[in-house]
Design a protein around this ligand. Structure first.
Ligand code: SAH
Length: 450
């Protein structure tokens, strides 16, 4: 079999990234936009001695679980890389991912994994957008990059973003056209406007707009601002971020306020939060609240509990239950997140929390030395999961419960295996759909000391 050959294949499974899997002559092929149960004519794009990549030439049989209404641009851009699968099946897929990883990596089969908690309306949920601005056929366009590329696909309806964010992006795109502000050209390293970043408070409806630009000078910006706030009165913050580097990082650390406030406010589980352009803030507020509630209920918190909130971000988890427990200790590696967490505690009249900026590993070692004995440790690490040194330090503190919020079931399973070896048993597993229409899997697990 060679590149450009066309073969008839059955799709037998979905990869963890949502690609269809076919087996041909002992090779595993990955195919975009193909679902289990489908039969296709596949063009071979690439093959090695072990795996290959293919492309659908024609569908010979569709899956009954295929959602036919999806605009293919969403699949091509990766915005909704599972959007072609019915929502019910997306939830099944996510639970399967958790089960599979626990079985394959941790060797655990005797645990009940709950059904994935899904959304009633699984679209238009994102409270944040980072939209590239480029020139296409002579015209300023906003949209999304084609997967694994920086080719802009123009887009007006972003499907999973709050509709008001879409509307603001379009309005600003039209102003950029009207005022002839030049979009960034990555190849030539010319132009001015690189990205529009928008954040929206889920409960407050407050909007923040960030112009990411290559240079400080923004021609006729006062007139542009006046038009934006006239059309969108809930825009309470307009900020410029100056990023003159040739980098994939969207924003630099150079911010200047153009209009209104430095932050927007929002609520989660009854607390108020100030959110700055660079704060980590869960993008799906409705489901993040449910996620936190599950973590809190798994932890069975009481007034005597001393809790560590590791990987705290701006404090949203720990502050949600701080008033119900004795004390909360939070740590995050990002200084501005910890500053926000401290302000957020104050803003909500919470006085029994202590935050440090440090790596979670270091903070654990220090707290341990100081004799801190938490009864519960809650962790919410990034995709790479925990480190061995973190796990050892947490076990040395001998908490009754460790509640693990994970955005990557593979590293979660690896860590659960290590915890099991050190005497912590997996008790509960609840997948939660924080990112409908995408392959991303989030779950909460409870570990208890034997
Ligand atoms: N619990 C928060 C944030 C979770 S995201 C929330 O729900 O909003 C993961 C967080 O881990 C980020 O804030 C990131 O800054 C932080 N982080 C990443 N590596 C870290 C490390 N080694 N030590 C401590 N924090 C880390």
């Amino acid at each position: 079999m060679q590149k450009n050959d066309i073969v008839e294949v059955d799709i037998i499974d979905l990869s963890h990234e949502g690609q269809g899997i076919a087996k041909v002559e002992g090779l595993v092929f990955f195919v975009d936009n193909a679902l289990p149960g489908e039969r296709i004519q596949m063009r071979v794009l690439k093959r090695t001695s072990k795996i290959g990549f293919g492309k659908v030439e024609a569908y010979l049989k569709f899956s009954d679980q295929r959602y036919q209404g999806l605009d293919l641009a969403y699949l091509r851009s990766g915005i909704a890389d599972l959007g072609h699968l019915s929502y019910d099946e997306q939830l099944v897929f996510k639970r399967q991912q958790v089960l599979k990883n626990l079985y394959k990596i941790a060797g655990i089969t005797d645990i009940e994994v709950a059904q994935t908690l899904g959304m009633a309306h699984p679209i238009a949920y994102r409270n944040k957008a980072a939209i590239p601005v480029r020139r296409l056929n002579g015209q300023v366009e906003t949209g999304f990059f084609r997967k694994h590329s920086h080719d802009l696909i123009p887009m007006e309806d972003f499907y999973i973003q709050h509709k008001e964010i879409d509307a603001l992006v379009l309005f600003v795109r039209d102003l950029l056209r009207q005022y002839d502000l030049k979009p960034y050209d990555e190849v030539e390293q010319t132009g001015l406007i690189r990205h529009l970043v928008v954040r929206r408070g889920h409960y407050t409806g407050e909007l923040m707009l960030v112009f990411v630009t290559t240079r400080p000078k923004l021609f006729r910006i006062e007139q542009i601002i006046a038009k934006i706030i006239a059309a969108f009165p809930n825009v309470v913050s307009i900020i410029q971020n100056i990023n003159d580097q040739k980098t994939n990082k969207i924003m630099s650390s150079n911010f200047r306020l153009l209009y209104g406030k430095e932050t927007i406010t929002d609520q989660m589980l009854g607390n108020d939060y100030a959110i700055s352009p660079e704060s980590f803030y869960q993008v799906n507020t409705e489901m993040a609240e449910k996620l936190y509630q599950i973590a809190i209920s798994f932890s069975e918190l009481t007034a005597d509990d001393v809790v560590i909130d590791a990987y705290s971000g701006i404090g949203t988890i720990g502050l949600s239950f701080a008033k119900q427990v004795k004390a909360v200790y939070g740590v995050d590696i990002v200084d501005s997140a910890i500053e926000d967490a401290q302000k957020n505690a104050e803003r909500n009249g919470i006085t029994n929390v202590q935050y440090v900026t440090d790596s979670a590993e270091n903070a654990m070692a220090k707290w341990s030395k100081e004799g801190l004995k938490p009864s519960v440790i809650i962790v919410d690490p990034p995709r790479k999961g925990l480190t061995e040194s973190f796990i050892k330090a947490s076990v040395a503190m001998a908490p009754q419960k460790i509640t693990y919020i994970s955005c990557n079931p593979a590293t979660m399973a690896r860590d659960v295996k290590y915890y099991a070896e050190l005497g912590y048993q997996l008790k509960k597993v609840q997948p939660v759909d924080l990112f409908p229409q995408t392959h991303h899997v989030e779950c909460v697990v409870l570990l208890e000391r034997k």
